[in-house]
Design a protein around this ligand. Structure first.
Ligand SMILES: Cc1cc2nc3c(=O)[nH]c(=O)nc-3n(C[C@H](O)[C@H](O)[C@H](O)COP(=O)(O)OP(=O)(O)OC[C@H]3O[C@@H](n4cnc5c(N)ncnc54)[C@H](O)[C@@H]3O)c2cc1C
Length: 392
């Protein structure tokens, strides 16, 4: 049997609390070149319980981390960015987290010493200029040495670039390596590796940093009012609102809530009715597609679509490796399967051992009952949030 670990040629290292972890064939080791100023009063690297405070010294310098929250939480990429700042902060540096949107998470556990929440910048509101003003106002108020944002395509990467341009600040994008002295990124279509001293704005690539921290931050909530200028009628940006579209029309790659059918689903009309009731997009396994139950564009997996839904419910899908490849970036996976030992159960956050048809019928009935009780068809539209809440 081959026990050798595989190398990701594009990401041969991860930045952790213990330094830079280089992954080589058959072993993992810590490269000595990157030492973080991770301060653990006990001297131990990792502790499961009662983690020590990173620092209790008076702050003389600030590192600012800005990120959007999604339904009250930071995603993995934002957590990694916050961890990067906390890992390079020294004892007299505080890490300030600026959250766009409502935040209900534990800022201290994520490494933040201070938290500013701007709940008015909900993800559903498109306000790039106001967000830029808010970031600039926060920078003016706290004068951070460096500003960190996740380099994503959902608002933060854009905000960081626009801030750097507006403030004429130095910036590094797609940063894959960072310590207290330098950042590095691949350039020239990944043929060269560029290294420089820490710029003012740091946009961190996903999965460059291990967000597990051996310490906690102070997690102090700061009351900071941002009284943004009302958007000028001449503003170059207008928020036209969110257009509600039929989930079935949504490209699977963009869907946040997917119900997916496999070989174990025989009552396709009931399954489609459930998807419509829940407002979920429809996916399918290759076997279900090959059987002619669904069109080829619904296929999820290695030879189908790769999806990133917050909630993915797999009805009667075994979870073959080719299918799992397509759902590797899904946040919460719920499996409904007769077989508790099906591979999907290992990937799923919640597995319901039950018949797919019976479960679908029960959910349709529950939706019907809720609809009748409330006199509205929207009764179950929040079911994704409920499912997520149950799994969180
Ligand atoms: C090169 C290659 C590429 C491939 N690409 C893909 C791809 O992109 N996407 C993909 O999906 N597959 C792909 N496959 C196929 C893949 O290997 C599996 O064969 C396929 O995913 C299985 O589909 P399934 O889980 O729906 O069916 P099955 O393997 O038949 O599994 C059905 C599951 O449903 C459960 N079940 C049965 N009856 C019920 C019931 N009444 N209630 C609840 N549960 C029930 C069973 O316990 C089982 O776990 C590929 C294969 C190859 C070789």
């Amino acid at each position: 049997m081959n026990n050798l670990k595989r190398i990701d040629p594009r990401r041969p290292f991860t930045i952790t609390a213990e330094g830079l972890k280089r992954i080589t064939l058959g072993m993992t080791g810590v490269a000595g070149s990157m030492e973080f100023a991770a301060h653990d009063s006990t001297g131990s690297a990792h502790r499961e319980h009662a983690k020590p405070r990173r620092t209790t010294a008076a702050a003389q310098r600030v590192l600012l981390v800005a990120a959007h929250a999604d339904r009250g939480a930071l995603d993995d990429h934002a957590r990694q960015t916050l961890a990067a700042a906390a890992l390079i902060a020294d004892t007299t540096t505080e890490v300030l987290l600026l959250v766009f949107g409502e935040f209900t998470g534990d800022a201290a556990a994520l490494g933040a010493d201070k938290l500013i929440e701007l709940p008015m910048f909900d993800r559903r509101v498109f306000a790039p200029l106001d967000e830029l003003n808010a970031l600039a106002a926060c920078v003016a108020a706290y004068a951070p040495a460096h500003i960190f944002l996740p380099d994503n395509a959902t608002g933060d990467g854009d905000l960081g670039r626009r801030y750097a341009a507006a403030a004429n600040a130095s910036v590094a994008t797609h940063v894959v390596e960072i310590d207290a002295a330098h950042v590095a990124a691949y350039i020239q279509t990944n043929t060269a590796f560029a290294v420089r001293a820490l710029p003012e704005v740091i946009l961190l690539a996903p999965n460059a940093v291990d967000p597990k921290l051996p310490f906690v931050g102070a997690g102090e909530r700061v009351v900071w009012r941002f009284d943004g200028e009302p958007a000028s009628p001449k503003s170059i940006v207008r928020d036209l609102g969110i257009e509600e579209i039929d989930a079935a029309q949504l490209a699977l790659e963009e869907a946040d809530f997917i119900v997916s059918a496999g070989n174990g689903v025989s009552d396709v009309p009931a399954f489609e009715r459930l998807a419509a009731t829940l407002g979920a997009a429809i996916g399918a396994s290759r076997v279900a597609v090959d059987d002619g139950k669904f069109t080829r564009d619904k296929q999820i997996g290695a030879t189908g679509k790769t999806v990133e839904a917050s909630v993915y419910i797999a009805f009667g899908i075994s979870g073959a490796v080719q299918h799992l490849q397509g759902i590797k970036d899904c946040r919460h996976v719920i499996a409904v399967n007769l077989d508790a030992s099906a591979p999907i159960a290992k990937r799923a956050n919640l597995t319901v051992i039950a018949d797919a048809q019976e479960t679908i019928a029960a959910l349709n009935e529950a939706a019907e009952a809720a609809r009748t009780a409330r006199g509205t068809g929207a009764a179950l539209l929040n079911s994704k949030a409920v499912a997520e809440g149950a799994l969180a």
